[in-house]
Design a protein around this ligand. Sequence first.
Ligand code: SAH
Length: 245
Amino acid sequence: MTNLLPEMAEIWQQTLNWQPAAQQQLQFQQLYELILEGNRHLNLTRITDPQEFWEKHLWDSLRGIAPQGRFISSLQEGASVIDIGTGAGFPGIPVAIAVPNCTITLLDSTRKKITFLDKILTELSLSNAKTLIGRAEETGQQCQHRQSYDIALIRAVGPASVCAEYALPLLNLGGLAIIYRGNWTEEETTTLHNAVEHLGGVVESIEQFTTPLSTSIRHCLYLRKIATTPANFPRAVGIPTQKPL
Ligand code: SAH
């Protein structure tokens, strides 16, 4: 079995106006191989086919930071980013590879996953990323993390209002939360507006797009922090999911 990732240079160019340099392609390949290997001991991902890995993990991760098909400019200028509930490193690690100027904190509550991510960061020589073990509800109340990031990424961690409660407290004023979703409905938009209002944010935009290989529907929600989040958010561990805003 060969586990060679496709390059897809033209698709990268057409969809994100960007292409990986040789070194970045090599890092994607190394990441893929390390995850396949890690999957033998840890339950990291169901997605192991090379094309599918490229689309659902690499392309999808980077599409989120490229609203309207271009990387957010503050990222290139050294933004500080947190990936909340990063799991096997998505979307944070592809972002760290693609945008070496930004600095990324990969947050997850599972120690085993964080230990695995530390190994990946070392093997890929990714000096712009570091890991953090913790629950978003606690991290968001710690002064060294609260209101300290320019961009928060969050994919497949929970309902959007829960994601908003995890992400907005961690952002600087003017910062951006990017919530990655599959399907999205109008009703959800109403609930989200209400949640975001409590947290000092606004829904700046909601983008729908299709993935380039399997043409699956995806959404990204972009929330802007416009006011300080009240001190009682995020609520205690477990409350955001039990009683979503
Ligand atoms: N973002 C990754 C992983 C999604 S699985 C991806 O899209 O592939 C959800 C991950 O979030 C798990 O690794 C879980 O440990 C972590 N997680 C769930 N709730 C969390 C919380 N409150 N704080 C920190 N991490 C959390």
